[in-house]
Design a binder for this molecule. Structure first.
Ligand SMILES: *Cc1c(COP(=O)(O)O)cnc(C)c1O
Length: 382
């Protein structure tokens, strides 16, 4: 029996050819491919400005920097997220304040944010967890009047929609990931999209050591203009090798989302017939790319979450524990993170698991996972 992985990137000869072309061109660092990828990404995701970066983590960091968040400020974040969401807040010397999430979507809501907002709150990072679009309008309605900047962590969100547009469309600051675990990949990589040209310009400089003249511009002339450094920047650049892969991947995005939604539809239909299991679904306000198809194991199921994971592993199916809770990690346990009770976060992180979904997944592999779930449902005397 071959193992079924939880995720597998979909890469083909087109990506190889695109990389070979960049190698042959002799320009492998940030250059024309990065610029082209940014333009294409902005078009596809309906964003005004896109700045390619080395990861979503660095995109979150720069989002906080350009929004002016720093020491003495609070930033409301979900604990129910990959740890990078909270870590970025510490990079700028601010305090992450953990808010709870909605039990159905796993996302922050206006209510959970309201319970965490104080006069020190400067920003909120709302995550499209697992690709489920966060309901941003009510969140903006409580944040905008207070001058609280809303940053969207759309690491998992490419190809999901919110109220008929791409997630992040028209938003002030959105961070994206191209790690292989996400919906499209460049190996490592990220993007910051923003509606504000001045924030895009500053992020562009900050990613390149805050140089006043970019390396690509200096290369264009024999006698390079002297560059200046007005502030302390970073090296958060993407390479043209990565961007070339990204351009091809972006072209595959509609197909990837369509196939993932087909697989999710099969899971949804089958899981509805298994008592004690509840699957993630499209929320009323949008559609999901099912970057992570998660299932909640309820008290009506004969196995608990870890028991079901073990049952699937015995069938060579590599499912995964659900989304983590950052506040339980050693890096955060001793830290002041606001002390707001997080019962939904703790329940979801303990009771959910993520099923395999990937573009190349065959019907027989899908049937194997469904069969394993069904057989787990008939385990007796657990
Ligand atoms: C994966 C992920 C990140 C980090 O992305 P990188 O590109 O690996 O830095 C941040 N936030 C969320 C919600 C993620 O899922």
């Amino acid at each position: 029996m071959t193992r079924i992985n939880v995720m597998q990137p979909w890469l083909g000869v087109e990506e190889s050819a695109a990389v070979a072309e960049v190698l042959a061109s002799g320009w492998v660092a940030q250059g024309p491919r990065v610029a082209a990828f940014e333009q294409e990404f902005a078009r596809v995701q309906q964003a005004e400005h896109a700045v390619a970066l080395s990861s979503c983590t660095t995109a979150l960091h720069l989002a906080l920097v350009v929004a002016g968040v720093g020491p003495g400020d609070d930033v409301v974040v979900p604990s129910f997220s990959f740890i990078a969401t909270a870590n970025a807040v510490l990079y700028v010397g601010a305090r992450p304040v953990f808010a709870d999430v909605d039990p159905v979507t796993g996302n922050l809501t206006a209510d959970t944010i309201a319970a965490a907002i104080t006069s020190r709150t400067r920003a909120v990072i709302a995550v499209d967890q697992g690709g489920v679009p966060v309901d941003l309008d009510p969140i903006r309605a409580i944040c905008d009047p207070r001058g609280v900047v809303v940053i969207e962590d759309a690491a998992c969100g490419a190809g999901s929609t919110y109220r008929g547009r791409q997630v992040g469309a028209g938003a002030e600051l959105v961070a994206w990931s191209f790690h292989p675990r996400k919906i499209i990949t460049t190996g490592e990589g990220g993007m910051l999209t923003t509606s504000r040209p001045e924030w895009a310009d500053r992020a562009r400089r900050l990613r390149e050591h805050a140089m006043s003249v970019s390396a690509a511009e200096r290369h264009a002339s024999v006698l390079a203009p002297a560059e200046e450094y007005d502030e302390v920047g970073f090296n958060y650049r993407m390479t043209d090798l990565q961007a070339a892969v990204g351009i091809v991947q972006l072209g595959r995005l509609p197909e990837i989302v369509t196939r993932r939604r087909e697989i999710a539809a099969t899971y949804t239909k089958q899981i509805a017939e298994i008592p004690g299991l509840r699957a993630v679904v499209d929320p009323a306000w949008g559609t999901c790319n099912f970057q992570s198809f998660w299932v909640e194991v309820g008290p009506g199921f004969p196995l608990d979450r870890d028991g079901l994971l073990a049952h699937l592993a015995a069938a060579e199916i590599s499912a995964r524990r659900g989304i983590m809770a950052a506040h339980r990690q050693a890096a955060y346990i001793e830290r002041d993170t606001g002390s707001i009770p997080l019962p939904v976060t703790e329940h979801l992180t303990d009771a959910t698991l993520i099923l395999p979904v990937f573009h190349q997944m065959s019907e027989s592999e899908l049937a194997r996972v469904v069969d394993a779930l069904r057989s787990a449902a008939t385990v007796r005397g657990a």
